[in-house]
Design a protein. Structure first.
Length: 334
């Protein structure tokens, strides 16, 4: 995994140059109150969701069709800014900082395993009184999204998955990998140079603004998030997902960057083959976060995908949703 190895090398170099001191200083993290004063907006609120204090941002009409946006590992809801601004024109857009991330901070119950993150989506929907929604997720958020769709198909109207984790790769499978000390140091301290190096790998050929890097780093440094992200890796597994993917009956748009250095494009091709109702779009020159790297192109595809879904529903209004579990080996890649 290029990003993993690069971060290890970088943080190890920082440690030699005095980064160990930085690691110790960062153990307490940045005060949550300071970050809340800086980053909370009028659209934000904290909501108690099954024992966790979760930062949630809602935009658009509360009466419109809801769409949930789930970010990836080490990130926060700000990764969806471009999408939210567009989709809020005709959707109820809901995004939240995952447990152990952003302003949500660590979960008192330590629900960081992939299956627990998936189940927590249902908790958030319950707290917001959302019965059914379109769900979009990137990376770790995408993994949670499709797993939730497999366990609660009746609650997912459609899926948009951007470079989600799914199949075992690079040694991650049925059991978690040991976490090297340099990686722990990176997650605890989030040194500016380390975050910049991570961005250069995550974002393919696209440059990232200094402002975006500052937000990313601040959210990583929120008190308690370093330990929570370490716990997340300690519980992170990728067992064979074939049976679960076959249970995802919701219409699904898979978006992958051809330059993705985090989750190989081969995973996207396998997912498109394994899911009964999935289409794969591949973007040249794009890395792991198409919602930020190619917002206009990805939004165009998302809107076309959602419009096509509505047309099919309107053409057959009396048909019930097929909840059967059937693997379609002839699934077409588009």
């Amino acid at each position: 995994m290029r990003i993993f190895l690069a971060l290890l090398a970088l943080v190890a170099a920082l440690a030699v140059a005095g980064g160990v001191v930085l690691y110790r200083q960062a153990a307490t993290g940045a005060p949550a109150s300071d970050l809340e004063n800086t980053y909370m907006t009028p659209a934000d609120r904290f909501l108690n969701v099954n024992g966790a204090r979760v930062r949630i941002r809602e935009e658009g009409s509360p009466d419109a069709d809801p769409i949930l946006l789930l970010h990836g590992f080490t990130h926060s809801l700000e990764t969806w800014d471009a999408w939210a601004a567009d989709l809020a024109r005709d959707h109820r857009v809901v995004r939240y900082d995952l447990l152990g991330h952003g302003l949500t901070g660590p979960d008192p119950k330590r629900r960081y395993a992939p299956a627990e993150r998936a189940a927590f989506i249902g908790d958030v929907m319950d707290a917001l009184r959302i019965d059914r929604a379109i769900i979009a997720g990137n990376s770790l958020g995408g993994l949670a999204a499709w797993r939730f769709a497999a366990m609660s198909p009746e609650r997912v109207a459609a899926l948009v998955l951007i470079s989600p984790a799914a199949y075992p790769y690079n040694g991650v499978g049925d059991v978690p990998l040991p976490i090297p000390a340099p990686m722990e140091a990176f997650l605890m301290a989030a040194p500016a140079a380390g975050v910049k190096a991570s961005a250069e790998l995550v974002y393919g050929e696209q440059s990232v603004s200094q402002e975006r890097l500052a937000v990313w780093r601040d959210m990583m440094r929120r008190e308690g998030n370093g330990e929570a992200m370490i716990h997340s890796l300690e519980e992170f597994t990728l067992p064979d997902p074939s049976a679960d993917l076959a249970r995802v009956v919701a219409p699904t748009l898979l978006i992958w960057g051809a330059e993705d250095a985090v989750v190989p494009i081969a995973n996207g091709e396998r997912m498109a083959q394994s899911m009964p109702n999935a289409t794969l779009k591949v973007y040249e020159g794009i890395g792991h976060a198409a919602q930020e790297e190619a917002p206009e192109m990805s939004l165009r595809d998302v809107r076309a995908f959602l419009a096509g879904r509505e047309e099919r529903m309107n053409a057959a209004p009396d048909e019930t949703i097929d909840q059967s579990v059937e693997l379609n080996p002839a699934n077409e890649r588009k």
